[in-house]
Unconditional design. Structure first.
Length: 234
């Protein structure tokens, strides 16, 4: 007869029975590695980055975090109640042999689980002179004379890029000596990203044309453009 509530390492009412490792279920597809189950008898899949977890080294309810992860309080829980989630211990981005910049080592390890040939190329983002596909290019606009307008350009590059604005292919870097045009740039919103704004106060018809946002670093340059058309007032 099988004892009531009996099982391999797990007894009734939350208790743990005798352990026979040969009876442990096979585990597959564990992207964060293996951890001991609640009874310490069998191995189970570890929790991934962002998943709820049990703090410490006791597997009580949610489970334990995988390799390179630690269980910490979630600073902004979706439910509004305090809970612990798995957080990657190494938060710096890394570059994979596929040319992809991964947010951290944990994201890289997950990708390498599915792509066995994937190797770590370098610590830090992949060196690229190009603009990240998630960039925000300036948008073409149609405005009336006397109105104010703003062009926004966001670029991602490593090493960090510098951004300049030009109009209609001219050699003059804006704003030049034009008092009604101003340019501002700052880092962000993401790491290794730069945001730049070109503002035109009281636009005139002579401001119509093609404006180019040009990003440069040691590896090269890229550009994006937008067309401005200023209509005659009245």
């Amino acid at each position: 007869l099988t004892p009531l509530g009996g099982g391999n390492g797990t007894g009734g009412a939350g208790g743990c029975g005798p352990c026979d490792p040969e009876l442990c279920p096979e585990t597959r597809g564990c992207r964060a590695g293996l951890v001991p189950d609640r009874c310490g008898c069998c191995q189970e899949c570890a929790n991934l980055e962002g998943q709820a977890c049990d703090p410490g080294d006791r597997n009580l309810f949610h489970g334990l975090c995988g390799s390179g992860l630690r269980c910490e309080a979630d600073p902004s829980p979706a439910s509004g109640e305090q809970e612990e989630v798995c957080v990657c211990e190494e938060q710096e981005p890394v570059c994979g042999s596929d040319g992809t910049t991964y947010t951290n080592m944990c994201q890289f390890r997950q990708a390498a689980f599915s792509e066995p040939d994937l190797q770590l190329s370098a610590r830090g983002p992949c060196r690229t002179g190009g603009v990240h596909p998630g960039q925000v290019p300036p948008q073409s606009q149609l405005n009336g004379s006397g109105s104010s307008l703003l062009f926004l350009c966001e670029v991602f590059a490593f090493p960090m890029a510098l951004v300049e604005w030009r109009k209609d292919g001219r050699d003059i870097v804006l704003p030049g000596d034009d008092p009604h045009i101003s340019v501002q740039s700052r880092g962000g919103p993401l790491k290794f990203e730069l945001s730049s704004w070109l503002q035109i106060e009281k636009a005139e018809q002579s401001d119509s044309g093609t404006y180019h946002c040009i990003a440069r670093n040691d590896l090269g340059s890229v550009s994006a453009s937008a067309v401005l058309r200023v209509l005659e007032a009245g």
